[in-house]
Design a protein around this ligand. Structure first.
Ligand code: SF4
Ligand code: SF4
Length: 216
């Protein structure tokens, strides 16, 4: 990799990957300590008062352990994948007059966040954020890493979220869709340049759109 900007981007991803791993492990470990202290305290009280006996407690513990194992429940380090509905046919994709609106919206939808599905991760076209697996990767300015000029460099293989999204009813983007009046306040506040990792993210699907489309 000889291109310095690619190297810089890789460096940033590795840095974010480490940050993610340490944050996730730190959070898990502190939760575990709290839970452990609470459970030991509770067990002590119950044993001292003679409400339960030690054997009864061990049996109950083993039974819950086995139940969780059967359910496939695990304490993962905060990874997220999107459950993908059926792949949308081309003719079902919403139509928005993007070319006409782009001088105003500057393709702000490509700053919205989303997790990739397992199919998309394994497909290898969309890059995911090493600092926040498996969200789409984005650049320091908040734009999706696949934004390229006014287009998308994986357009033919773009994720399902992008295919399904329409800003038409997304009040976060347009105050008035018909009259092309952008919601600049919300955009600046939520999708402005992101100097560092953020605790909350604005997602590709507007809440109103999610409720209108139960399949997405
Ligand atoms: S979907 Fe909406 S926000 Fe995205 S490029 Fe098209 S017009 Fe702009
Ligand atoms: S994958 Fe393409 S369409 Fe989807 S957010 Fe990124 S640049 Fe936009």
């Amino acid at each position: 990799m000889s291109n310095p900007s690619q190297l810089k981007s890789l460096e940033r991803q590795v840095e974010r990957g480490n940050l993610h791993a340490h944050t996730a492990l730190g959070a898990c470990s502190s939760r575990l300590s709290e839970t452990q202290a609470m459970l030991h305290g509770l067990a002590d009280v119950l044993l001292t008062k003679g409400i339960i006996d030690a054997e009864e407690l061990t049996q109950a513990m083993r039974s819950v352990e086995n139940e969780l194992k059967d359910l496939g429940d695990s304490n993962g380090p905060g990874l997220l994948v999107r459950i993908e509905p059926d792949v949308l046919a081309k003719e079902q994709e919403p139509v928005v007059d993007c070319a006409e609106r782009m001088p105003i919206c500057k393709a702000v939808c490509c700053r919205l966040d989303f997790a990739l599905s397992i199919r998309e991760i394994e497909g290898g076209h969309a890059r995911w954020d090493l600092g926040r697996p498996y969200f789409i990767r984005r650049e320091k300015d908040g734009n999706c890493s696949h934004r390229c000029g006014s287009g998308c460099n994986i357009y033919a293989q773009r994720p399902q979220v992008c295919r399904r999204y329409s800003c038409e009813h997304d009040e976060r983007i347009w105050k008035d869709f018909a009259n092309k009046q952008l919601n600049t306040e919300w955009i600046e506040q939520n999708l402005g340049d992101q100097p560092g990792p953020r605790a909350t993210h604005a997602h590709m699907h507007a809440p109103v759109e999610v409720s209108k489309r139960p399949s997405s």
